[in-house]
Ligand binder design. Structure first.
Ligand code: ADP
Ligand code: MG
Length: 591
């Protein structure tokens, strides 16, 4: 998923009721929520009393000649302020804490769930999409839980309390006010919404700028090799100018918004002062009453504006929640059965593949494996050959139970692999994949990937057996060298030897080698082949190879064509019996 569409996702709104699942994440912290609610009501109460403080200060303090009265009213005012500070501290701390905590819990819940989902799921949902859900979407929810909800509640209280105090202070003015507030607030809201939409499209444009930089810099060699710099400067310039143009529109709107706010708000206040001032002059109300009234009027108007702003946050968070819950609700297709069977105590890795058929979920009408039957006896080595696309890697996926077959069954020591816990099954399997992956971390960490408890000496021994020790020693920090995205770059052959060391260290009963020597040069292939020979001796092995030189030593060779098993036998048998195999052998060895 590109960064642009990620920014779009950020803007997607949902029904506020979709926020309900978030409650489940909040409920463990209900005492903190209660504390926050108390602090919130308390501060709202104190804020509302400030209007009375102002009235007392003006009427009791300024207007009277008594110094003691002034001191009293200032004291009352100060007490209110201190209470407000304490209450605000408590509310802010608790509410923000809950927001951060809930986000952390949600991130963990989503990751913990998806990390064990069946691999097929990730073919229909890109990892970029999931990444943005775990980072961006949870951040939206954090804003809501850690601030917007409390802002909304506070403002609702202020709004209601403010209206009540307005009526208490002066009924006539309140009625006039309620008629005019919408005239002031509504135009500001409409303007404000426009500005916010524009700032969102600015973010999108900036995301475009970011992804352009990312793409061209991470492929810098291709850029230079094709002399693409001038073109890139121009295209990048267009992205930057687009972002600028949108920003200018936004700045203009924003400037006009400020003008509108100033004129409308202070216009409204002037009108109130004019009407109210006449009443003060005529003695119908006191100056303090007018000041308090103004205070409440401004408070009510601000509360209204804040509530409407927060509604947008709530809707966006609702959209985010929907997307996160969707991830949490994906069911794992590869699970342990209810009536779990366990493998015999000492696994033998006798593999029986019985008439299996399989098609990938994304291509249901294409049989990747078609009615295949194969037996790999304990300790045997079976070589799988076939043109690319024949279904060799698919068979390995099925043995690892990354997918379940649609017909037939695969038995491990006589037990259907669907009846075993996948974790237990994979405990017994070592895999050297076609394109080995290194994770960020040291060489040591990478070899220890499947066996975290292995000693350093054990790792070195495995590396030696995989003919990797020598090149590792020559790396800048030897076994402590960082590899992966931010580390030293390894060649394809070096990666393969690390992957082989990883499998050797795991010491599995069943070894799956998917073209494990394809990226090696002739010299290291010869060495790794020796390593593999000793590795495969005591264990059941399925080895896929394009080069017949690596398979002639196998106990048996199976020829796969378009998902079907077309022949099995030893090298010399197949040369006699299978024309497909014979042609390959001739191509590689000569007649
Ligand atoms: N994840 C997948 N989704 C859909 N089709 C796939 C997937 N992986 C492989 N295939 C298809 O299944 C067939 C067998 O692929 P594969 O087992 O990778 O072949 P091989 O390893 O023998 O080269 C091919 O036609 C390939 O296009
Ligand atoms: Mg393959």
């Amino acid at each position: 998923m590109s960064q642009t569409s990620r920014a779009d996702a950020r803007a997607t709104k949902g029904k506020i009721s979709a926020l309900r699942p978030v409650l489940k994440f909040i409920s463990p912290y209900r005492w903190r929520v209660a504390g926050a609610a108390l602090a919130l009501m308390f501060t709202a109460g104190v804020t509302l009393s400030i209007g009375q403080g102002i009235r007392l200060l003006i009427d009791g303090g300024f207007a009277s000649d008594s110094a003691a009265a002034l001191a009293d009213s200032v004291e009352f005012f100060m007490i209110l302020i201190v209470l407000l500070a304490i209450g605000t501290f408590t509310r802010y701390y608790l509410v923000s804490w809950i927001g951060e905590r809930v986000t952390a819990d949600m991130r963990k819940a989503v990751f913990n769930h998806i990390i064990s989902l069946h691999p097929g799921f990730f073919e229909s949902t890109s990892s970029g999409e999931i990444q943005s859900r775990i980072t961006t979407d949870t951040t939206l929810i954090q804003t809501v839980v850690g601030s917007s909800v409390s802002v909304a509640l506070r403002n609702v209280l202020m709004f209601l309390g403010g209206i009540i105090w307005l009526f208490i202070t002066n009924v006539k003015f309140t009625l006039i006010l309620l008629g005019t507030v919408p005239l002031v607030v509504i135009p500001i809201l409409i303007f404000g919404r426009k500005v916010r939409q524009l700032s969102r499209s600015t973010q999108d444009k900036i995301a475009d700028v970011g992804s352009y930089v990312n793409e061209s810099l991470s492929n810098i060699k291709t850029v230079h090799a094709f002399n693409h710099q001038a073109e890139d400067r121009q295209r990048f310039g267009t992205h930057v100018e687009d972002a600028f143009d949108i920003s200018v529109v936004r700045i203009k709107q924003r400037a006009w918004l400020t003008v509108a706010v100033i004129i409308l708000v202070f216009g409204g206040i002037s009108v109130l002062l004019w009407i109210g001032g006449q009443d003060v002059q005529s003695g119908a109300i006191t100056g303090g009453e007018l000041a308090a009234f103004l205070f409440y009027a401004i408070m009510v108007a601000t509360a209204m504006a804040s509530i409407s702003e927060v509604m947008g946050d709530l809707q966006r968070a609702a959209g985010a929640t929907e997307r996160l819950i969707e991830l949490l609700n994906v069911t794992n297709l590869i699970t342990s059965p209810v009536s779990l069977k366990t493998l015999p105590n000492s696994a033998q890795a006798d593999i029986n593949i019985e008439e299996i058929s399989f098609s990938y979920p994304t291509r249901p009408d294409h049989q990747a494996i078609d009615q295949l039957t194969l037996h790999i006896g304990r300790g045997q080595t079976l070589a799988l050959v076939g043109a690319s696309g024949a279904g060799k890697s698919t068979l390995i996926d099925l043995l690892l139970r990354f997918y379940d077959v649609q017909q037939g069954r695969i038995a491990f020591d006589g037990v259907d692999i669907r009846d075993i816990d996948p974790l237990e099954l994979r405990e017994h399997i070592g895999l050297v994949p076609q394109m080995p992956t290194l994770f960020s971390g040291t060489v040591l960490d990478n070899i220890r990937y499947g066996t975290p408890s292995a000693s350093e000496a054990g790792v070195i021994e495995a590396a030696k057996a995989a003919y990797a020790h020598e090149f590792i020693e020559r790396l800048p920090n030897g076994y402590k060298s960082q590899v992966g995205e931010a580390g030293v770059r390894l060649s394809g052959g070096q990666r393969q030897r690390l992957a082989i060391a990883r499998a050797i260290l795991k010491n599995p009963q069943l070894l799956l080698l998917d073209e494990a020597t394809s990226a090696l040069d002739a010299d290291s292939e010869h060495m790794v082949q020796k390593a593999l020979d000793s590795l495969t001796k005591e264990r059941t092995t399925l080895v896929i190879a394009h080069r017949l030189a690596t398979v002639v030593n196998a106990d048996r060779i199976a020829v796969l064509d378009q998902g079907k098993l077309v022949a099995t036998g030893t090298h010399s048998e197949l040369i006699q019996s299978n024309s497909l195999y014979k042609r390959w052998a001739e191509l590689q060895f000569g007649k």
